[in-house]
Design a protein around this ligand. Structure first.
Ligand code: KG4
Ligand code: ZN
Length: 335
């Protein structure tokens, strides 16, 4: 029996998630318990509350994932868990659960990088073809990652300040929208026109780095100044203008890098990949590179989930990589 059955566990932020994936390609289950409601009234994720929710949910979520997949622990080949980056108290809940299960059932333990997980979500959509470029855009990360083979990640560009999702959430907050604000800005943006002139941080010629704090400040200043003058800014126009600026930079740099690195595929990954404007703009832009295949996962695989961790874990497992019971959560784990 050469099939590989991997249990994946993810608790790096505010989703308690478990999934069973077969052969790194097929999600037999993908269970996500969101804590969003508990954090909403605080306008962001409260680490202490996140840890407590994970503790309450983790056993139930794992049981549910096993049941939905129709497998028992004896059927599993290994357990993969997000070891970082993320909130340390949140990560620890998943890591400890995975260690306990691996020990109790005599299964190999695999530690997975959260961003590797986001990238590998794409393998549930199609086969990955190297060399490839992944645009990772989430609440904590904005990175262009070049991969020449499985497990080989080279960060060719990253944000120098705010992550894209972070900028979305902060601008949303200033517009009085609930947390997390990304989806609300996305919705408003489609009802408005990008009529306001907002900055685009291209940085130095040839740089694939990003910067979103200047854009965020420009939005906050415009809102503040309008308020001082007793004027109204239409939130739909502001959302559309902000979104246009973010997408313009993301899409332009991604296409440039894809061309320079001569990749066969471009993969979109992370929570902000759920953005309808970004998905459409990237699709349009990539028409300029007809030889490069663009892969965009369904929304449920863009935001935090455990199927992506199980897929990345399967690749590591097949490469013979194992963690031991000394595995620890690392909030700033390098890719
Ligand atoms: O990957 P993710 O679920 O968690 C992290 O690892 O950070 O990403 C969450 C981020 C949040 O900032 C959220 O506002 C953003 O993804 N997001 C969106 C959309 N859906 C989620 N941003 C823009 N447009 C969306 N439709
Ligand atoms: Zn994430």
């Amino acid at each position: 029996n050469e099939d590989v059955y991997m249990l994946g566990i993810e608790t790096s932020c505010d989703e308690t998630a478990a999934a069973v994936v077969k052969n790194g390609r097929e999600a037999l289950s993908n269970v996500v318990a969101s804590q969003m409601e508990s954090h909403r009234r605080f306008g962001g994720v409260v680490p202490e509350i996140a840890s407590r929710h994970h503790v309450e949910q983790i056993t139930l979520v794992i049981e549910e994932a096993m049941q939905q997949a129709g497998v028992s622990f004896a059927d599993l080949d290994a357990v993969a868990v997000t070891a970082g980056p993320g909130l340390v108290g949140a990560l620890l809940v998943g890591v400890n659960a995975a260690k306990a299960l691996a020990f109790a059932h005599g299964l190999p333990l695999i530690g997975v990088h959260h961003i590797a997980g986001h990238i590998y979500a794409n393998q549930l959509v199609t086969e990955m073809k190297f060399p490839l470029l992944a645009l990772v855009v989430s609440g904590g990360h904005t990175e262009l990652v070049f991969m020449k083979e499985h497990g080989n990640f080279v960060v060719i560009g990253e944000t120098r300040d705010d992550a894209a999702g972070e900028a979305y959430d902060k601008v949303a907050r200033a517009l009085g929208l609930p947390y997390p604000g990304g989806p609300h800005i996305d919705r408003l943006a489609h009802e408005g026109e990008p009529v306001m002139d907002l900055p685009r941080a291209w940085l130095e010629e040839g740089s694939y780095d990003f910067s979103f704090s200047g854009l965020k400040s420009a939005v906050l200043n415009a809102l503040h100044n309008a308020k001082q003058r007793g004027e109204e800014i239409d939130p739909r126009q502001m959302a559309a203008s902000f979104q246009a600026s973010v997408i313009d930079v993301l899409v332009t740099k991604t296409a440039q890098a894809a061309k320079e690195y001569g990749v066969r595929q471009v993969l979109l990954a992370g929570g902000v990949a759920a953005n309808r404007g970004l998905r459409a703009a990237l699709q349009e832009k990539m028409k300029e590179l007809p030889d490069v295949e663009l892969v965009i996962p369904p929304l449920s695989l863009c935001t935090d989930n455990a199927a992506m961790i199980a897929v990345a874990g399967t690749v590591l497992y097949q490469q013979g990589k194992r963690a031991d019971l000394a595995l620890n959560a690392n909030p700033s784990l390098p890719l």
